[in-house]
Design a protein around this ligand. Structure first.
Ligand code: URA
Length: 440
């Protein structure tokens, strides 16, 4: 049965004809129940990768994958929301956004992933907080959101299990970089959270999955189309991922940078992105009457300590001892894991920072233990960077511009790579903007 089904599906894809929706549903059900032979799944993935599929088919695939596991159900107001980022360097937004939006009255049942390639993962970052447990069942997620307003849990096989198997086979068949497959993978897991609103941060640039604006736009349009097709109010923000986000990069260091922003201090760049994403969700859910008002609401809860209070409650709900969570909020450096050494790297000439190469920094950090080369590698949570400058600031020759947190000695090659990541010029460049465009 599976052979005939795959033959029909692949023939339609190759001829650019619509797949029969009933066949597509049977296929996804079969994948989820492990009833389709791996070689048949491989054939289907290769056809989709080579020929593409339509927006309607992508939406149907996404719906099927969403329904392959638990779908969270919510009573009451239509204020259940979340964000997905395609992954960056220093991208700590979720850690701040979930409690900030809960403080603004939204419900945020966030599922997040571990680091992929050079990009960090929210779950790895949270695991640097003592006691924090990301392994929640769908029921525990619902209870946490009911009690606290937000939770951040690791993706698991209870939600969209068809994605787990398809992703593993995509990985070995080199079919990961297919826009419909990426769309269905990402949106099915978000849709299974039972969302009313979704903001998608599609990163674009040297340190992003999508290197060009054209590719980022194609992915953004596809994901917005599928999510809207499932009845979720959705907006994508295409944002720059050439420069690292904010001042802190690395797992525990990004928790530290997040706490500073939750304290109403910290990096303006990080805070600006959180406000933009949060403002968009408050506007999509109708809690704010405009994006600008939403941005203002997020700014207020960062200033008045409410977002930080919700962050503490989220940590306690997910297993951190209350005293530790409170100390994390007040004196984060006393709680978080640290590296053995901190070394400065200095500017080799004077001038204005033209750019800081996020990809180069991420690659070295991964070699120093901040990231993985295979899924079985463990993470060293204390490793990373604190940037002491940013694009367009003036630096003088000999001035420290980055603190490298490391355990193993820095090799001459590491030092050269880090040093070369800073590009200096005689004039400041035009004002730097994270947001490139919005896709609705
Ligand atoms: N992240 C996912 O969850 N799925 C993809 O296909 C790519 C990135």
């Amino acid at each position: 049965m599976s052979d005939d089904l795959i033959q029909r599906l692949c023939a339609s894809i190759q001829k650019n004809e619509s797949m029969m929706m009933a066949d597509l549903s049977l296929f996804i059900e079969g994948v989820a129940q492990r009833q389709i032979a791996v070689e048949n799944i491989e054939k289907w993935l290769r056809s989709v990768h080579a020929h593409g599929i339509s927006v309607d088919e992508t939406t149907a695939l996404t719906r099927g994958m969403m329904n392959s596991g638990a779908v969270l159900e919510w009573q009451g107001p239509k204020n259940v929301a979340d964000k997905h980022s395609t992954g960056g360097v220093g991208d700590k937004m979720s850690l701040i956004l979930a409690p900030a939006l809960a403080a603004c009255g939204l419900r945020i049942p966030m599922l997040a992933g571990r680091g992929l390639g050079h990009t960090g993962g929210t779950i790895d970052k949270l695991e640097s907080i003592p006691g924090f447990n990301c392994d929640l069942t769908p029921k525990q997620m619902q209870d946490a959101v009911q009690k606290v307003g937000c939770c951040i849990a690791a993706q698991n096989d209870a939600i969209a299990p068809a994605d787990g198997l398809l992703y593993a086979i995509r990985d070995v068949t080199n079919t990961v970089d297919s826009i419909p497959l990426i769309t269905a993978s990402i949106v099915s897991k978000k849709a299974a959270e039972g969302l009313n609103a979704l903001v998608l941060d599609v990163k674009c640039g040297k340190a992003a999955f999508m290197k060009t604006e054209q590719d980022a736009l194609a992915l953004a349009e596809s994901m917005v189309g599928a999510a809207k097709g499932l009845g979720i109010k959705t907006v994508a923000q295409i944002t720059d991922m050439n420069e690292p986000i904010g001042s802190h990069i690395g797992n525990a260091l990004e928790i530290l940078g997040s706490v500073y922003v939750l304290q109403g201090k910290g990096s303006k760049d990080t805070r600006g992105l959180v406000e933009l994403q949060g403002g968009q969700l408050l506007s999509l859910t109708g809690i704010a009457s405009s994006l600008e008002q939403g941005i203002q609401m997020v700014s207020e809860v960062l200033e008045n300590g409410e977002a930080l209070r919700f962050f503490v409650e989220m940590c306690v709900q997910q297993g951190t001892d209350r005293k530790v969570a409170e100390q994390l909020a007040n004196e984060p450096t006393h709680v978080l894991p640290k590296s053995k050494h901190v070394s400065s790297v200095v500017a080799t000439e004077s001038g204005f920072v033209q750019s800081i190469d996020a990809m180069a920094l991420a690659e070295v950090a991964r070699e120093l233990g901040a990231g993985r080369f295979s899924m079985s590698d463990s993470i060293n949570h204390g490793i990373g960077y604190v940037l002491e400058t940013s694009k367009n600031q003036h630096v003088s020759k000999g001035q420290s511009w980055v603190l490298v947190h490391h355990d193993i000695p820095l090799s001459p090659q590491h030092l050269t790579q880090i040093s070369d990541a800073l590009e200096i010029g005689i004039r400041a460049t035009p004002e730097f903007r994270r947001l490139i465009r919005i896709v609705t």
